[in-house]
Design a protein. Structure first.
Length: 484
C-alpha cells in the first residue's frame, strides 16, 4: 500500500463508521433527540448519562472521566499508546468494523497514516486555541457581518488568530508539518494566520483543514495582495517540511450530508454556515465553482442525494451564476438532478449572498426558494429570448443551436421529452420541423456519445496500466453538523 493510499484508508474507514453504532456495541445508549445519545462508561454513575455521543458531529464526550474524541479515539481508549505504537492495531480494529480491507502495511504506510491522524489532532487542538482567542467584540463582529450566532460559533469552533504567537503550546514536531507555520532551516518561523477569523473544516469528529478570513488586523501586505481568504501551506518544492497529508481537498460542510436526501451548494464559507445554522444540509468549495479536479469527489458525495440545489451569490457581474451553471452541468452529466436558486436582490445593491439573505429570513423562507427553483435545463430554456416577430426559419436555427449546444449534457431520454414539449413550445415550431431537427441532432448526439465513450475507455485503460487497477469511489452518507 502506498503512503497516499494509507492516508486515504483512514478517510474511508471513518466515513463508513457511525460513532453511535460503534459505541452502542459496548454501551447502552439512550436517544436524547437531535442526533445526541447518552449513556455511561462503567462503573455507571448516579445519572447514567455522563457519556454524550453526537451522531451529527461524530464525536463522544465522557464528562465523568474527562475524555472524548472521534471514533478512533473511542476504539483506542483501552490501549496504552493509541496515537503512537498502538495506532496500527486501533486502525485494524476500525477497518474490521467498517468492512474495509487493509493491505499489508509497511512501516512507511503506518508512519503516513499516523502522521495524518496526528495532524488532524493538531488541527483540532489549534481550532480550540483560536476559538479561545475570541472576544465579545469578535463574537459581535461575526454576528453582524454574517449573521452567525454565538451558539454556532461555539459549535463549529470558529476562532481568531491574533498578531502574537497562538500555537506555542502545540507539539512542535507535528506543528512543523502542519502548514500552520513557516519553517526556516528546521526552526519554527512565523505563523501562517495573523489577524484573521479562522474557520475550521470538520469531518468525522476532527478538524481536517482551516482557512483564515481577513480583518482590519490582517497584515497590510496581505490585504494589499487581495488575500481575502488565506489557506494552509502545502507540500511542494521549497516546502518539503509540510506533510503531504495537508491538502485543500475537503469541501466545507461535508458532514452535513450524512443521512440527508438533498443538499445546497453555495460558494462562501459563511454562506454554508448560514445554511447549517438553519438546519439545511450544505457544502461549499469556498470559491465560485468547483474545479474539474474536484468533480469526481463532488459527484461521489452527491450520488445518494435526490436533488442538489445550487445557490451562489446574485451579483451584477454574474460570476456566481456562471459558477452555478458549471457545477450544475457537472452534476447533471453524472445523472444527479441539479436545481438553481436565484436569491432575490433588492434594488440599489450589486450583490447578495446566502449569509446576507438569512439575516432577515428563516428556514421556511429559504425552503420556498428551493420549491420555486429551476432545474438546470429549464433555467437555460427560460433564458432564451424569442422575438415575437421572428420568422420561422430564424426560430428553427435558434432551436437547433439550443438543443445541440445548451442541452448537450442532458440524458438522452429526458432530452427527447424536454425538446418535444417545453422547448418546441417555446420556439413555436410545427411538428414536422421539430421532428426533422430532432432526428438530425439525435444522430449527432449519438456520434458524440460514441466518441466520448471511446475516449473514456482509452483513459480507463491508461489508468489501469499505470496503476494496476481501477479503484471505485466509496459511497458515503452524512447528516447535519450540529455539535451540542
Amino acid at each position: 500500500m502506498s503512503s497516499t493510499g494509507s492516508r486515504d484508508k483512514i478517510e474511508e474507514i471513518k466515513d463508513r463508521l457511525d460513532i453511535v453504532d460503534v459505541i452502542g456495541r459496548d454501551i447502552t445508549l439512550q436517544n436524547d433527540g437531535n442526533g445526541v445519545y447518552s449513556g455511561s462508561v462503567p462503573p455507571v454513575g448516579k445519572s447514567g448519562r455522563s457519556l454524550k455521543v453526537d451522531r451529527n458531529g461524530q464525536l463522544w464526550n465522557d464528562t465523568k472521566n474527562g475524555k472524548g474524541g472521534d471514533v478512533l479515539d473511542w476504539i483506542g481508549r483501552g490501549f496504552g499508546d493509541p496515537k503512537g505504537a498502538d495506532f496500527p492495531e486501533v486502525l485494524r480494529i476500525a477497518a474490521d468494523l467498517a468492512g474495509v480491507e487493509l493491505e499489508e502495511m509497511t512501516e512507511e504506510d503506518r508512519d503516513a497514516a499516523k502522521e495524518k491522524a496526528d495532524i488532524h489532532n493538531l488541527f483540532t487542538a489549534a481550532a480550540e486555541v483560536y476559538h479561545n482567542n475570541l472576544t465579545p467584540e469578535l463574537y459581535d463582529f461575526i454576528k453582524d457581518k454574517w449573521g452567525i450566532t454565538r451558539e454556532t460559533v461555539d459549535l463549529l469552533k470558529i476562532g481568531y488568530a491574533t498578531k502574537g504567537r497562538n500555537l506555542n503550546d502545540l507539539d512542535k514536531t507535528t506543528l512543523k508539518k502542519s502548514g500552520l507555520v513557516f519553517v526556516n532551516g528546521g526552526l519554527l518561523g512565523g505563523e501562517v494566520f495573523t489577524g484573521r477569523i479562522i474557520f475550521p473544516y470538520w469531518k468525522n469528529g476532527k478538524v481536517v483543514y482551516l482557512i483564515g478570513r481577513e480583518t482590519e488586523e490582517t497584515p497590510e501586505a496581505e490585504r494589499e495582495k487581495g488575500m481575502k481568504y488565506k489557506k494552509l501551506l502545502v507540500h511542494k518544492e521549497g516546502r518539503e517540511y509540510v506533510s503531504p497529508s495537508v491538502q485543500n481537498s475537503y469541501f466545507y460542510g461535508e458532514d452535513s450530508l450524512r443521512g440527508s436526501y438533498y443538499c445546497v451548494i453555495t460558494e462562501g464559507v459563511a454562506d454554508c454556515i448560514a445554511m447549517l445554522q438553519a438546519g439545511i444540509s450544505c457544502i461549499s468549495p469556498v470559491t465560485v465553482q468547483f474545479s474539474k479536479h474536484d468533480h469526481p469527489k463532488l459527484i461521489s458525495l452527491a450520488k445518494g442525494l435526490s436533488k442538489v440545489f445550487i445557490c451562489n451569490d446574485n451579483e451584477t457581474n454574474k460570476a456566481g451564476l456562471k459558477g452555478a451553471l458549471s457545477t450544475a452541468e457537472a452534476l447533471e452529466g453524472a445523472g444527479i438532478e441539479a436545481r438553481l436558486i436565484e436569491l432575490p436582490k433588492p434594488e440599489g445593491i450589486d450583490k447578495i449572498d446566502i449569509a446576507d439573505y438569512m439575516k432577515d429570513h428563516n428556514k421556511d423562507d429559504f425552503k420556498k426558494l428551493m420549491d420555486s427553483s429551476s432545474r438546470l435545463w429549464t433555467y437555460k430554456l427560460n433564458q432564451q429570448v424569442i422575438n415575437p416577430g421572428s420568422e420561422s426559419l430564424e426560430r428553427l436555427r435558434a432551436f437547433k443551436v439550443f438543443i445541440s449546444n445548451d442541452l448537450h449534457g442532458m440524458a438522452s431520454g429526458e432530452w427527447e421529452i424536454f425538446v418535444n414539449n417545453e422547448v418546441a413550445k417555446k420556439y413555436r415550431l410545427n411538428k414536422k420541423d421539430v421532428k426533422t431537427t430532432i432526428e438530425e441532432v439525435t444522430k449527432s448526439r449519438q456520434g458524440n456519445n460514441t466518441e466520448e465513450k471511446q475516449e473514456d475507455s482509452e483513459e480507463g485503460r491508461t489508468r489501469k496500466g499505470a496503476h494496476g487497477a481501477n479503484f471505485p469511489h466509496s459511497k458515503r452518507g452524512f447528516r447535519h453538523i450540529q455539535r451540542k
